[in-house]
Design a protein around this ligand. Structure first.
Ligand SMILES: NC(=O)c1ccc[n+]([C@@H]2O[C@H](COP(=O)([O-])OP(=O)(O)OC[C@H]3O[C@@H](n4cnc5c(N)ncnc54)[C@H](O)[C@@H]3O)[C@@H](O)[C@H]2O)c1
Length: 252
């Protein structure tokens, strides 16, 4: 049977660990060659070895996405190596939780600088190539943004800004055959595991609000949903936020 992403070239930010790695593993198993972009050099080198078992040409690009003047160069590096780009996944995002009254502009800068701005710059840099490939963009939202979870002001704001530009891009890029969708996940990533240890009560209360009563698996749940949004199976879906969260949030 034909694999769903045969011969596709994908960029996944934050692809060294967590959900990004889960998606990268799911992509290479479906035939895609993946460029993972990550700050963490050590984990990046480990992950790329695992990916290369399935797709030997997959590459690791070490980069800090907060260095915005370098983002166009990341797309260029992928084009220089592979000659095309089919899929852009904007997954990485760093932020800090705190009560609203303590938030400073610096905290907003971290969240927008690592989440919103890289998403915007990479979409813009990738656009000419995605027009050629009639490609797919997958951005990352969060229930924390959609529901306005307490202590998440900077994160929620950046996530909803990402949803805003994704809907605009769906309208503008649709005529070129480019799909722009978002995944709003809940998954068992290192970030969530760390948080579960730090705030066990909050974590338990979150778990009790998930109808399916478990966290998503990085590759099997989030990775497979991303394969769907990256493949021709989703060709008639654009501008949507897909909740891959065990039913925790139901969009209306
Ligand atoms: N895990 C969840 O339950 C959950 C829930 C809602 C939304 N999300 C969203 O899903 C996405 C992935 O989440 P995750 O839990 O896997 O995150 P994570 O923090 O576990 O992994 C993020 C990856 O991004 C990399 N990264 C962080 N800052 C970077 C930077 N400045 N430049 C380059 N790389 C950087 C990290 O090194 C890491 O490999 C994020 O957008 C997150 O907001 C996750």
């Amino acid at each position: 049977m034909m694999r769903k992403l045969e011969n596709k070239i994908a960029i996944i930010t934050g692809g060294a660990s967590g959900i990004g790695k889960g998606m990268a593993m799911a992509f290479v198993k479906e035939g895609a060659t993946v460029a993972i972009v990550d700050l963490n050099e050590e984990i990046g080198h480990e992950t790329i070895k695992e990916l290369q078992i399935y797709q030997p040409k997959s590459m690791f690009i070490q980069a800090n996405l907060a260095e915005h003047d370098k983002l166009a160069g990341i797309v260029q590096q992928v084009i220089d190596k592979f000659g095309k780009l089919d899929i852009l996944v904007n997954n990485a995002h760093a932020s800090k939780n705190m009560p609203f009254e303590q938030v400073t502009q610096q905290d907003f800068d971290l969240s927008f600088g690592t989440g919103f701005y890289p998403t915007y710059y990479l979409m813009q840099a990738a656009l000419p190539y995605l027009k050629e490939s009639k490609g797919k963009i997958i951005n990352f939202a969060s229930g924390a943004g959609i529901n306005g979870d307490a202590t998440q002001a900077t994160y929620a704001a950046a996530k909803e800004a990402i949803r805003g530009i994704s809907r605009v891009a769906a309208n503008e890029f649709g005529p070129f055959g480019i799909n722009v969708n978002l995944i709003s996940p809940i998954a068992n990533s290192p970030a969530v595991q760390k948080w579960a240890k730090e705030e066990p009560e909050y974590y338990q209360s979150m778990l009790s609000k998930i109808p399916l009563r478990r966290l998503g698996e990085l590759e099997e749940d989030i990775g497979r949903a991303a394969v769907f949004l990256a493949s021709e199976d989703s060709d008639y879906i654009t501008g949507q936020t897909i909740m891959v969260d065990g039913g925790a949030t139901k969009l209306r």
